[in-house]
Design a protein around this ligand. Structure first.
Ligand code: NAI
Length: 643
């Protein structure tokens, strides 16, 4: 920033007719501030001061006596976009890899280098709030439609487009009247009122202050000074600290995985059902050549149709959709095995059938290919026993729905080689997912921790607690949805089968009620009735009332089951450390991100607090709450990765 400021000062007095700012980096323009630095700032005055310094540099850029253009490709986020906003013009590359956005809200802060001040007049209040409150990024073309950039163009014409901007007379682009109207009385209070109502549904103000601050700054037409002061306060707040922690955990998973080369060009997927079909589609979307095999052509055809819908939604342009479709080949005969670098099996959950399939896979694939199973419950070692070379087998456990869930558990079996594991990680990060290495053990990390939580919720239903109270308690804590609604969404049959798999090894009691419901055919959303009733489009039909009841520590019972099981996973070495538990639970289940994850939450309570709470619950509710032996090994809570 200092160097940039010096250059601007130097140019100011030179006979310059225009300035083009672009980046020579492959990865893009500027991806924003170094988030790691945030952790070292613990004083709000100092944080605000840093924001003010940035604002002054960008103000000097904006005040230059000649026109300036930002030429944007790849990432243009946060402070990067704020720099571009301080230029007279912006031109962007027209490919999908170009991403512009202000993602600060996701780190629990507001934009601090003038973004809240410069964005609304440029694109209108509604679009500006949408971008800043969701933190989502847009492509070059979308940015052009919003008025965020002045022109988009393919790479070879980009500099010409920038030069053309410089030769234009310097006029201020006017917002179309429809967008301007939203920002003036009498529409203005209506717009802000509406946005506030929407926001309340999505973010609990007790947990997430940043979006409410952003809204307030825009509503007041705040000054840069107010923006900086607000940033200062938010940055040192616990929620922001935890969100930054969560962000860094994700970055760390990617960084670790990117250390390894994968050399995977062709992927062969066996099983075109719910999971296999979507794994194949997602990988083709992300650029891999994929062949998709199942027993019957009509099953593969159904998956191809779903893939087409995904491509249309994500890629929009028909040329790109066609290219993605060309990368995905229906392959009932399994011809793709011969040239596969990676095979992912996602067929029925049956060990004999899986072993049989892998025997053939081993025969038909090149010896260098990595072999992977998406199994959720069959020990990797059992499947590997069918192979001559068991070290090639690794687990790549996706979550449903594949397109939405960021986390993928990469499972190391007793015989898995480092090479196979690392290539699987590198593939996973190449399809833009977060690979978490877990030991092959029942339920791996995520399902294992989630299951006791779901079972506890169902136990409360058996005890007669109202559904709504249980779900409400979890949502109030910060979960994306309550455990009962979650079980209905996943499907009660799937919950039951995972619970039964885990019941013995983990000593979990499966609630009778769950068995009865599955026997009756009440499977949740998909059958129209589970714990709740649903309409034909899966919308909840019953709205059970929230009832008053005696003191039952619902939240405590739910959360303590999670943290106690998380500790058991740590003690058994299911994952490397406490950071890995947090990453798995936040990215795999949406565990209240503002807490930083279950182990970070434990730090807030203090270990004694947790043990005390578990002891009390175990006296009142039974042995399942007895503190795990790991609580008396403090070294387990030492973090190695991101903090
Ligand atoms: P599914 O029943 O939707 O699909 C399985 C597909 O495999 C079917 O289309 C079937 O025709 C095909 N198939 C069976 N035997 C085959 C064979 N010998 N050769 C080729 N194709 C064959 O099942 P789903 O839900 O996709 O599960 C697949 C795997 O993924 C299982 O191992 C499951 O444990 C795992 N999994 C499932 C999750 C879920 O939420 N459904 C989540 C994570 C993992």
């Amino acid at each position: 920033m200092q160097e940039f400021d010096d250059i601007i000062a130097e140019l100011k007095n030179k006979p310059v007719t225009g300035l083009i700012i672009r980046s020579d980096k492959e990865s893009g323009f500027i991806a924003g501030a170094d988030v790691r630095e945030f952790q070292h700032i613990d004083d709000s005055t100092r944080a605000a001061e840093l924001a003010r310094t940035g604002q002054q540099v960008f103000k000097r850029l904006a005040d230059l006596p000649f026109p300036t253009v930002a030429v944007i490709h790849g990432y243009c986020l946060g402070g990067g976009l704020e720099l571009a906003l301080a230029c007279t013009y912006r031109v962007a590359r027209d490919d999908v890899g170009t991403r512009l956005g202000l993602p600060e809200v996701r780190l629990g802060i507001n934009p601090g280098f003038g973004g809240t001040v410069r964005l609304p007049p440029l694109v209108g209040a509604v679009a500006a709030l949408d971008l800043m409150l969701t933190g989502r990024s847009v492509s070059g073309k979308q940015a052009r439609r919003l008025g965020l950039v002045d022109a988009v163009s393919p790479p070879r014409h980009l500099m010409n487009a920038a030069i053309a901007c410089l030769s234009k007379p310097r006029t201020r682009r006017k917002l179309p009247w429809s967008k301007r109207m939203m920002g003036v009385w009498p529409l203005r209070p209506l717009v802000y009122g509406q946005v506030l109502r929407q926001l309340r549904k999505k973010a609990n103000p007790d947990h997430y202050r940043a979006p409410y601050r952003i809204l307030e700054l825009c509503r007041q037409n705040a000054t840069e000074e107010q923006e900086a002061a607000s940033l200062g306060e938010l940055l040192v707040n616990r929620a922001s600290r935890n969100l930054v922690h969560v962000f860094l955990l994700g970055e760390e998973l990617k960084r670790q995985a990117r250390k390894h080369a994968h050399d995977i060009k062709h992927l062969h997927v066996i099983g075109a059902g719910v999971m296999g079909g979507d794994i194949a589609a997602w990988s083709a979307f992300r650029g891999f050549s994929v062949s998709l095999q199942d027993q019957k052509p009509e099953i593969v055809a159904r998956a191809m149709k779903r893939a087409h819908e995904l491509f249309k939604k994500k890629l929009r342009e028909s040329r790109l959709v066609q290219e993605a479709m060309d990368r995905l080949m229906p392959d009932v005969a399994g011809d793709g095995l011969r040239r596969a670098d990676l095979v992912i099996e996602a067929i029925v959950e049956n060990k004999e059938i899986k072993q049989k399939v892998f025997r053939q896979v081993e025969r038909d694939t090149p010896p260098t290919a990595v072999l992977a199973s998406n199994t959720s419950s069959i020990p990797l070692e059992t499947i590997a026993s069918a192979l001559k070379e068991p070290s090639r087998l690794v687990g790549i456990h996706f979550f449903n729905p594949v397109a939405k869930m960021q986390l993928v558990e990469v499972v190391r079996g007793a015989q898995t080689s480092d090479a196979a594991l690392n290539r699987a990680r590198a593939y996973t990060v190449a399809i833009d997912k977060l690979p978490l290495v877990v030991k092959s053990s029942p339920g791996f990390l995520v399902n294992r921790i989630l299951m006791p939580y779901l079972m506890e919720a169902m136990k409360m239903v058996e005890e007669g607690l109202p559904l709504k109270n249980i779900d409400h308690a979890a949502v109030e804590f910060g979960m994306p949805m309550g455990p009962i609604a979650l079980a209905d969404t996943v499907g009660l049959d799937i919950c039951l089968s995972v619970a039964e798999e885990l019941a013995e090894p983990l000593g979990i009691a499966v609630p009778e009620k769950l068995r009865e419901m599955v026997e009756r055919g009440d499977l949740g959303k998909k059958s129209g009735r589970g714990f709740y009733k649903y309409g034909s489009r899966g919308q909840a039909r019953t709205r059970p009332a929230f009832s008053k009841m005696g003191e039952v520590p619902i939240t405590e019972r739910l959360v303590m089951r999670i943290v106690n099981e998380a500790m058991a996973c740590l003690r058994e070495g299911v994952v490397q450390d406490a950071d890995a538990v947090d990453a798995g639970m936040v990215y795999g289940t949406g565990f209240a991100p503002f807490t930083g994850g279950p182990m970070r939450y434990v730090e807030t309570l203090g270990e004694t607090g947790v043990s005390h709470s578990l002891h009390q619950l175990s006296e009142e509710y039974g042995e399942r709450f007895i503190p795990d032996a790991g609580w008396s090994q403090p070294d387990l809570l030492v973090r190695n990765v991101a903090s």
